[in-house]
Design a protein around this ligand. Structure first.
Ligand code: HEC
Ligand code: HEC
Length: 146
């Protein structure tokens, strides 16, 4: 017969082991899937965390908030974030932004990748043109309007 102490230790080990398994299983689901329903340009397997980081970068790059592209379902307040229907394609700005993503990817893959080689940080992003503004400087005259 095993002593009660040993049986207790084995029981605790089984419980801890099971908890760890459940924990890592959940983690895998969270890492390899996201809740996004309507990604057409961004790669499908992006994690929610990475998607949010990308969205924040895009917003900063062109100097806007999420609601510039996404339909607001519930207005936020000082300490509560607004709620968006981010999958909706209702807002024209989101459609323009999606085309901008395609354009940026095309410039990178077709025109820049062949010349930048391993210097991936020399590829362009939204901020290359927009520099924090909705309307980029598009010609020398507009430099003086900005
Ligand atoms: C300049 C426009 C723009 C801004 C600003 C923007 N987004 Fe997006 N967002 C998009 C586009 C375009 C897509 C779809 C990308 C695609 O089709 O691959 C998208 C997709 C998403 C999705 C995935 C929705 C789904 O179910 O498919 C979420 C979530 C999201 N955005 C959240 C945010 C949040 C939160 C912010 C603010 C931090 C934000 N976005 C700012 C343009 C924008
Ligand atoms: C090669 C330069 C370039 C890059 C890169 C670029 N844009 Fe643009 N974008 C422009 C130009 C030029 C316009 C037209 C601005 C105007 O109407 O005067 C524009 C317009 C827009 C508009 C519409 C603004 C408005 O109301 O007129 C949005 C939104 C936008 N870009 C988002 C993005 C996002 C998001 C990215 C990155 C995925 C991006 N852009 C990358 C050049 C660029």
């Amino acid at each position: 017969m095993m002593s009660i102490k040993i049986r207790k230790i084995i029981l605790i080990a089984i419980v801890l082991g099971t908890l760890l398994m459940i924990e890592s299983f959940n983690w895998q689901i969270v890492e390899s899937n996201n809740k996004a329903k309507n990604l057409q340009v961004i790669y499908q397997d992006i994690s929610d965390k990475e998607l949010m980081a990308d969205m924040k970068t895009i917003s900063l790059s062109i100097g806007v908030q999420c609601g510039y592209c996404h339909v607001v379902i519930k207005e936020g307040s000082e300490d509560i974030e607004p709620i968006y229907d981010a999958a909706s394609d209702e807002k024209q700005n989101k459609l323009i932004a999606r085309n901008m993503m395609k354009m940026t990817n095309l410039i990178n893959t077709d025109y820049l990748a062949p010349i930048v080689g391993d210097n991936k940080n020399h590829l362009i992003t939204c901020v290359t043109c927009h520099m924090g503004h909705i309307k980029p400087v598009s010609n020398i005259d507009s430099l003086f309007i900005h």
